[in-house]
Design a protein around this ligand. Structure first.
Ligand code: IPE
Ligand code: IPE
Ligand code: MG
Length: 237
């Protein structure tokens, strides 16, 4: 579908990549096949966001609650994370600045090392910011920020009254970034599932019935069009 040249320029988008398991079940395949296809879609949609001039995009890949899944499924997701999200994507070529959101100390040491390397190598890239949320929870992120600030208060470097919304934002994993303009959830679910709780205060929510492994560039166009039709008031009139 043709769209105006600049219709997504400068947008900040959050994407909850959901529906991999249901997609696999529909095809009569194991759930891991859905995660594999979902990881491929992640790569294509990242490239497309680059082409559209999106400012930042955050992909929710694994939540703090997803550890509840069977051991084999968690293992398969982590393997795919290593293969698709860390190694096999040319972040330099795409000129993306990559930031991993979440508590990475629970991840495999070799993955943690690669994540640190990618972040360092891409820190000065001038293109889109690509956030990948792994072992991420919005509540965990807020707790993490509170702990950092409490430490500063304890050391006498900060007074409790100096804790402002802006300072809290600076202690989120997304510090320095614009809050998401909209959060997209495919698979038909209508909930945030602990995604970007702090940053989502005024994000538009766009929910779509398509399962993530079936998600196409055209679906992203439709989501952006839906967002562009919304009237944002931020509490004003
Ligand atoms: C999203 O797909 C991937 C992760 C949560 C890691 P799901 O695995 O949640 O797929 P459904 O919701 O069961 O279909
Ligand atoms: C949210 O999806 C987490 C990710 C997409 C990584 P879930 O499938 O885990 O969420 P619930 O359980 O349906 O709320
Ligand atoms: Mg799900």
């Amino acid at each position: 579908m043709p769209h105006p040249e600049n219709f997504a320029k400068g947008l900040s988008i959050g994407i909850i990549m959901d529906g991999n398991g249901r997609w696999a079940k529909k095809q009569g395949l194991p759930r891991t096949a859905g995660h594999k296809k979902g990881a491929e879609v992640f790569q294509d949609i990242t490239r497309y966001c680059n082409e559209l001039g999106v400012e930042s995009v955050t992909f929710y890949a694994f939540s703090t609650e997803n550890w509840k899944r069977p051991y084999e499924e968690v293992g398969a997701i982590m393997r795919l994370f290593g293969e698709y999200l860390i190694k096999a994507f040319d972040y330099q070529k795409e000129n993306n600045r990559v930031v991993f959101l979440g508590e990475r100390s629970a991840l495999e040491p070799k993955h943690q090392k690669l994540m640190d390397e990618i972040e360092t190598k891409t820190a000065h890239n001038t293109g889109m910011t690509l956030n990948i949320a792994v072992n991420y929870g919005g509540r965990q992120e807020i707790v993490h920020a509170a702990q950092q600030l409490a430490r500063q208060v304890q050391e006498g470097a900060l007074a409790p009254e100096d804790i402002t919304e802006a300072l809290m934002s600076q202690h989120m994993y997304t510090h320095g970034q614009k809050d998401p303009d909209f959060i997209l959830r495919p698979s038909g679910e209508k909930r945030l599932s602990n995604f970007m709780l702090w940053q989502a205060a005024y994000s538009e929510l766009v929910e779509m019935d398509v399962l993530w492994p079936d998600f196409t560039r055209n679906d992203l166009d439709l989501a952006i069009e839906e967002f562009n039709r919304r009237s944002r008031r931020f509490g004003g009139i």
